[in-house]
Design a protein around this ligand. Structure first.
Ligand code: ADP
Ligand code: ADP
Length: 232
């Protein structure tokens, strides 16, 4: 489903070169949840942004469903990106739009007609449990509710893959658990493959099948979540 092959990403400026990601390979099979864990600055965010080519790798190849997407021109890349949803620590909602419109606007921009937009907004608001909040504005919602809106927005494009960039890092432990349960439900019931990055072991332990530990741009350990936690 997602294959990264020897991905290296360097940021080059006049004064220096930062190797944010160094020769990382990973393989997320369809229907699984994989997590990348590491301290701040380890290269996790750069790595996950390479999956949908928000960052262009300096070296290496990205495959989605067997298709190499690294060389694709932008119009084709946009089509592939529609199969890849993404959620963030900061939610990235439009402050001046209602919950309904936060989900509807991107769908309208993609060209879906009014009925399809309405159908999808209603469907995904129900899945994330926020049907009764459709008229609220983001500043009227809790952090967990905002992340649910962002998840509904990502799902409304009916992606095969969901990328999560520290989606629970701004949330308290209880809210974190409820969002992790939602991600697990999305994975099991909608069959969506998930790749997440986190600095919290708890997140890995609760929902991941497979774990990569990153340090200084490199994957220093890779294991099933069960083995990682039962190791002596
Ligand atoms: P993490 O997500 O694990 O905190 P990042 O991927 O954000 O790590 O950062 C990895 C390294 O790359 C850090 O040293 C960071 O300063 C550097 N870095 C990230 N983005 C850029 C950028 N746009 N320009 C220069 N350096 C960057
Ligand atoms: P537009 O012509 O501006 O795209 P719509 O007819 O799609 O408008 O919707 C008008 C407004 O009514 C939207 O901004 C949305 O907030 C609200 N709305 C429409 N349908 C629903 C619905 N099923 N549930 C909640 N709010 C809705």
């Amino acid at each position: 489903m997602i294959v990264l092959e020897n991905i290296t990403k360097e940021f080059i400026s006049k004064s220096n070169t930062v190797k944010a990601v160094s020769n990382v390979s990973l393989h997320v099979r369809k229907g699984e949840i994989h997590g990348v864990i590491g301290y701040s600055g380890a290269g996790k965010s750069t790595l996950i942004r390479c999956v949908n080519l928000l960052e262009k790798p300096t070296k290496g190849k990205v495959y989605i469903n067997g298709e190499e997407i690294t060389p694709l021109p932008l119009p084709q890349l946009r089509k592939v990106r529609n199969k890849i949803g993404m959620i963030f620590q900061g939610f990235n909602l439009l402050k001046t739009a209602t919950v309904y419109d936060n989900i509807a606007i991107p769908l309208k921009l993609l060209g879906y007609d009014k009925n399809e937009v309405k159908k999808r907004v209603e469907k995904y608001l129900e899945i994330v449990g926020l049907t009764d909040k459709h008229k609220s504005y983001p500043n009227q919602l809790s952090g967990g509710q905002k992340q649910r809106v962002a998840i509904a927005r990502a799902l409304s494009q009916e992606p095969e893959v969901l990328l999560s960039d520290e989606a629970t890092s701004a949330l308290d432990p209880e809210t974190t658990d409820s969002i992790l349960e939602l991600l697990l439900k999305i994975n099991k019931e909608l069959g969506i493959t998930i790749l997440l990055i986190t600095h919290e072991m708890n997140v890995i332990q609760k929902i991941c099948d497979h774990v990569y530990v990153m340090e200084n741009g490199e994957v220093v350990e890779e294991n099933t979540a069960i083995n990682l936690f039962t190791k002596p």
